[in-house]
Every structure is written in C-alpha cells, then in structure tokens.
Design a protein. Structure first.
Length: 435
C-alpha cells in the first residue's frame, strides 16, 4: 500500500486499529452468544463489552507480545486480558484463530466493497453525463486503429458506462460471496462451540454463516472476489487507453484537463501528457496481478494451512486501496475530459468519405451486382483515395459501371453523415433506459 495511490477512508479499513477493533467485536459477540446459551456467565460478557469496548488497543503492546509468543491472535487476546481482567478467561472459548482472522477479513472486504461500489457510482454518473452531452457528437470509429465508420463520442462513453454497470453487478455478487462468517472451531466441526454462536456473530457483523468451513473459509470465495476486482481494473485500463490514444498529437480529439500551473515535462515546456490515464494503466496492472495469488491460495493442505495468510495480508489492502484510488481518479478524468468536436469532424473527413464504402457496396449488391464485384468496384476507387488523396465520391461518380447501377443523386445521398446515427437513440435507451 503506497500513500501516493491511497485514499484515507479505504486505508482506514486495513489499519491495525480497525483490525483489532473488528477482532474484539467478533470475540465479544461470540461471548454474548455463549452467555445467552448459558455456556458462560452473562456478567463476564458484560464486563468484556464494557472494558474492551471502551479500550484503545495498544498496538505497540500487542506487537511486543507477538514478538515473544509468535502468534498474532494470542498476542491480541493476551492484551485484551490485560484490559479486561479475570473475565477474559471466557473469551475465545471453543474458537480457533481462523475464526477471528477469516471473519475479520470478510468484514474488511465487505466494507471495502461498499467503498468501491460508491466509487463505481461516481464514475457511472460522470460517464452518463458526458455521454448525454456528446450523444450526437460525430467522430470516426476505428478498428485496428484505422478509420472504419462514423460513430458518436457519446456512444463511446455509453459503451464504457455499460461496461462499468456490468462491473458494478459483478462486484455486488463478489461482495455477497465473500461476506461469510466462520466460528466453527478447530477443523470446522463445531466440537467445542455451538453453531448458534456462529449464526449470532454473522448477524451482528453483517455476514452470513459459512455453510461448511474446514477451519478456514474456503478460498475459492476470495479467488472469485479478487478476480472480480481484476476485471474491473481491466475496464479501467480500457477506458484509460482510449483516452491516451485520443490525446495523441496526431489525433487530439480529447485530452485530460491541464490545470493552471501544471507542467508536462521537465525539459519541454510545450508538453501536455496523458499522465493520469497512463497512471491508471499502471495501477490496473497491479490490481490484476493480485488475482493470481488469490487463485493459488485456493489449494490449502487438508483442513487448513497458513500459506494463504501472508498473501492475503498484502493483496487484501493493496488490491482494494489501489482500485479505490484508480476508480476515483478515472471519475475525475472523465468528469473534466476536454473534448474537441471540431477536431473529431476534421479527422472524420480526412479520408474524403471512405467511411461510406460499405453503404455504397451494399447499394451495388441491391442493384444486382454480386458481392464480389461490388466489393471490387468500391475498393478500386477507395484505394485511389487512400493512396493519392482522391475524392472518393468524385471517383465513384466518374465510374460508368457504378453510376449505371446507382444514379449520381443516390450516390450523393449515401454520403449523408446522419445515416450512421439513426439508431443512436435506440442504443442510448438500451444503456440508460431513456428514449
């Protein structure tokens, strides 16, 4: 977790203070449930809640104990006993360390998901606003990086909106899958703890009971969660890459906002670089990188081992903190993106109407030409435009073979730009639910 790419609210979820507070709540809720079942004295649960609930856990003291006992949960429980007193002997009865660690991780990932969902909502709002703003702003569509047929800049943004709407649904599903609680004791048999304790803790912590835990929550859940984050990161990179391409000097159809006083290069004062989008590309690579170790964590030995532990201590904070920062940054880039409709139109017209080649070819087939002959006729004139800068429409109009099948007046109609946008409203209605 690097402060440069971190935001305070997400960082706080992974702080030692918050972790130990969650550990305490898990232990205290379990104790309350055991007291309600008559397993431990109710007075003991009350004292633990009173003294532990008001305490500020001493992280340095917990670290000191851990250096001796070489066990983080025991170190915490020892410190808690120092705070609570004799009643602490009832804490953690029938539980194992993974009950605390895994349930805490579930709480942290669920809370991180809520922040990420809010990030996605802000990004979606920015994309929708800009898509509606440029709903009918003409621009050239490109395949393989080469001019293809016209589209609108609004449709480009609507595509991104739809993609991040899918990302939101995936994250909702991933949150539900990860938000489980395990308070099942050693090897997950409930031999020394009542399953009703787990149910109580799950309810209090906003989780659902894990149907079967082998002492740990199955790591396929975590693998699916981090995979969902990785896909979201890939969507971040896709949009960032589009912006980077559009900002290239030779294209310059859109660019990141360049603030007063900003400098683009230590050497070249003229530079305005897509640094935010480039940064997003790099951050997306990091989030995707965390998915693989999460998948490798699935195969633990027998009922448990701790090969997953060191991995999750890193990827849990790093993946969520990094994606949180990236989504917030991308929302800002979209919100302030500078768009140049005139340059879009200039680029669209650079190839003298070649983007109408398919329409002409189809008209020739409808007039009786075979597809092969129609393709050859159109391509012959398209290549003159491509190689020598000839006017595509003029070339077609000068070809008797073409005009014999399509009157000149009809050819001219085929170069109407609005033809390409007749179904934009339909697409927007599908994406945004508006007519």
């Amino acid at each position: 977790m690097i402060p440069r790419y971190a935001r305070p609210e997400m960082v706080a979820i992974w702080s030692p203070e918050e972790k130990f507070r969650i550990w305490f709540e898990i232990e205290a809720h379990a104790l309350t449930a055991m007291a309600d079942l008559g397993i431990v004295p109710k007075e003991a649960a009350e004292v633990v809640w009173e003294k532990g609930g008001a305490a500020t856990f001493d992280i340095a003291r917990i670290d000191e104990i851990e250096r001796e006992v070489k066990h983080d949960v025991i170190a915490f429980l020892t410190h808690l006993a120092e705070i609570v007193g004799p009643e602490a002997r009832f804490v953690h009865q029938g539980m194992t360390s993974s009950d605390v660690l895994d349930t805490c991780l579930s709480v942290q990932l669920a809370r991180a998901s809520d922040l990420l969902l809010a990030d996605l909502d802000r990004l979606l709002a920015a994309l929708k606003r800009r898509a509606l703003e440029h709903k009918v702003t003409p621009t050239i569509g490109r395949s393989h990086g080469i001019h293809a047929e016209p589209t609108t800049f609004g449709l480009k943004l609507a595509s991104a909106y739809a993609e991040f709407a899918r990302a939101r649904e995936r994250l909702i599903a991933a949150r539900a899958e990860i938000a489980t609680c395990a308070i099942s004791g050693a090897v997950g048999t409930f031999a020394n703890i009542d399953p009703r304790v787990e149910e109580y803790v799950a309810e209090k912590m906003g989780l659902t009971p894990e149907p079967v835990s082998t002492q740990v929550i199955p790591r396929d859940r975590h693998a699916a969660y981090f995979a969902a984050l990785a896909v979201i990161a890939s969507s971040v990179e896709r949009l960032a890459t589009e912006i980077r391409h559009l900002q290239r000097t030779e294209v310059l159809e859109a660019e990141e906002y360049f603030s007063p006083g900003q400098k683009g290069s230590s050497a070249m004062p003229h530079k305005r670089n897509p640094v935010l989008s480039e940064n997003l590309t790099g951050l997306a690579r990091m989030v995707r990188a965390y998915a693989l170790p999460a998948m490798e964590n699935v195969a633990l030995w027998h009922e448990r081992d701790i090969s997953h532990s060191s991995v999750e201590r890193m990827i849990g904070p790093d993946a969520t903190v990094t994606l949180d920062f990236a989504l917030a940054r991308l929302a800002g880039v979209v919100d302030k993106l500078v768009v140049y409709p005139e340059r879009m139109r200039e680029n669209l017209d650079r190839l003298s109407g070649l983007h109408n080649s398919q329409r002409v070819m189809l008209a020739l087939t409808q007039a009786g030409a075979s597809r092969e002959d129609a393709y050859a006729m159109v391509q012959r004139h398209a290549m003159k435009t491509w190689e020598r800068g000839a006017d595509f429409l003029a070339e077609l109009k000068s070809d008797p073979q073409v005009t014999e099948m399509i009157p000149v007046s009809k050819l001219e109609e085929m170069f109407d730009l609005d033809y390409h946008f007749k179904h934009v409203d339909t697409v927007f209605a599908r994406v945004f639910g508006e007519s």
